[in-house]
Every structure is written in structure tokens, then in C-alpha cells.
Write a protein that binds this ligand. Sequence first.
Ligand code: MRU
Length: 364
Amino acid sequence: MKIGERHWRTIWSDDEGRSFNVIDQTKLPFELAVCRIETLDDAACAIRDMVVRGAPLIGATAAYGLALASYTDASDGAMAAAFEKLLATRPTAINLRWALERMRERILSARLQARPAIAGLEARRIADEDVECCRAIGVHSAALLAELSAHKAGAAVNVLTHCNAGWLACVDWGTALAGVYAAFDRGINVHVYVDETRPRNQGASLTAYELGAHGVAHTLIADNAAGHLLQRGEVDICIVGSDRTSANGDVANKIGTYNKALAAKDNGVPFYAALPSSTIDWAIGDGIAGIPIEERSAREVTHVRGRGAQGELVEVQVAAPGTRAFNPAFDVTPARLVSGIITERGIASASAAGLRQLYPERGA
Ligand code: MRU
């Protein structure tokens, strides 16, 4: 997507995977900085410290991380160690394991000398395919927005989204926001309510930033305001992303998603999850029992980061000193609250049957 006149991707390599570049998301929305990653350790830190984040982008970063590790030592042992190091960075987004397993298969099937070039190529392929998947998700979800628009006689279609599931969370386009961009580019009048998404505020710092850069009308709301807006008929559709979706259609996404789905259900507002098939964990049926939930530092709850009066990035404490805090980073929205799952192949009902119908190669 564009920032100013330049088309950006969140991740790219100029040297076939010997190193790669990412947008440093810890600096947004105040500074658009690029971070060059040259070692396996830097790649692992970039994921763990959320320089990059968002399930599809975590997967692409891990793929490039394994590629650059292969330029140092592509032996089976070194690749296994690099695989484990990257896999340990964040537990919930299944795209991480998906990308690493795909890379490992390609790398180990090649001769030692050929491995780095093959790994670089495969990482590039994973990134390019993510762009294609997200573009296709955008086509399917823009059709939903077009339908809603037709019933609103030109008035804005109001979308509610949570966290950041836009292009910054992917390589380009986004998942939840891909349809918003596609609809906007087609001239559909669309407006997005953006949940701030405490504790890390991905909605305020990333979603509002990227929608603004593209010119899409949006309004930032406190997380606690969403139920009120849904009750008042201010939201036509909720669209969120996912970090892992079970084979039964349960959707793990940023903490707070479940509350929105409950309020949407109570008020008869459709609630969709948009995700590439790399986010589906076919090995897990019951998402609530099976999906591991990342627990992050309590400091993310007791403190808030932002820009100070002199323009500097500062962290301030918002809880009384010594307050104990608990910080689960994701929750699981059960399939019964999800109106549909928007994938690159189309929209499935949130159920085992619905997902298998779109992905018959996954078997019965
Ligand atoms: O902790 P984060 O910022 O990596 O969490 C991201 C989300 O929860 C996104 O909504 C999810 O990855 C879907 S991304 C397209």
C-alpha cells in the first residue's frame, strides 16, 4: 500500500535473502523507519520484540530469518537450531510454524551448496503469495461491503475492526482491512471504527495510521466503546483478522476480539474473520482448548508508550506502583459467534464443514 507517493511492503530483501528489511513498527505512527536484519538473532528479536507483528508478517519474517541463517550455515543441524530459535519467538500465530515448516522442507530437499539460494527464493515466494492471498481476501470481502453499501443508498458502510489486521500485519493489503481498501478503491463509501486495542494499542498506532495514509475515513474509539456503538446501530459489519483459526472455525485473535463478537451477536451485527489459509491450524479442532495463548509482560498493562511534548517516545506508568497485572495477548472467539471466514478462496461458514468445503485437499 502507499504511504505518500511510495508503494511499500512491510518486508523485502534486496540481496536474495542474505539480509532483509522491515518497517520498524515500534516507531509507528510517529516515524517511518526501516530496520535492516542481517543475523538470525536479529530476525528472532524482531519477531519477539514486535518490530514486526501480525500473523502473516510473522510468518514471512521467520521465512526470511531461516533464509539468512542458511547463508551462514545450511547444514541440517544448523537449520534445525535456527528453526527452533525462530519458532520459540511467539506462540499463538500459526503462520510462524507454517512458514518455517515450508522453508525446512524446501531447504532440506536441496544439496548443501544450493540451499541458501533456494531458501532466499522460497522466502520471497512466501511473501509474494501472502500478497496474492490478501489481495484475493480483499476481493471477497469488498463484495460484502458492496452489498451493504447497496442497502445504504450511498451512506457510509461502517466497519468495526480490532487490533491491526491491515497491510502492516501482512506483507501488503492486509486481511481484515484488505476489503476496506478494495472497496475504497472502487469508490464505495466506507468508514472504519478502529478499536484502540490496549494494551499495545495496535489500533491507535498502526490501523489508524495506515487507513489515514490511504485516505480511508476512520474514527478511533476506546476499546470499551465498541459495545455501545454496536447497540446504537452505528456498525454495519465487524471484520477482524486471526492469528490462528481452528479446523472447527474458532478464531484466535488479539485480546478483546471475543467481547466484540459477543456484542455483535447480541445486536445482530455480522462478525467476520478474514485470514489466509496459512492461519488455519488443521490439527486443532476445539480452538478454546487447543490454541496456545501468548502471555506478555505485565508492564504492557501497567505502562503506556506514546509521544512526549518534545516529540520523543516515552513510556508512562498508569497503574499504582506494585500493581499486579495479567496480560494474555489473544482470546478465542468460538465459531458460533462468527458469521463467516473470509479466505483467499472465498467465504466459508465458520465450521469444520465450511472450511473443508473450501479446502477439500485437507481431507475429511
Ligand atoms: O500481537 P500482534 O500485534 O502480532 O497481534 C496481531 C493480531 O492480533 C492481528 O489481528 C492478527 O495477527 C491478524 S493479522 C492480519
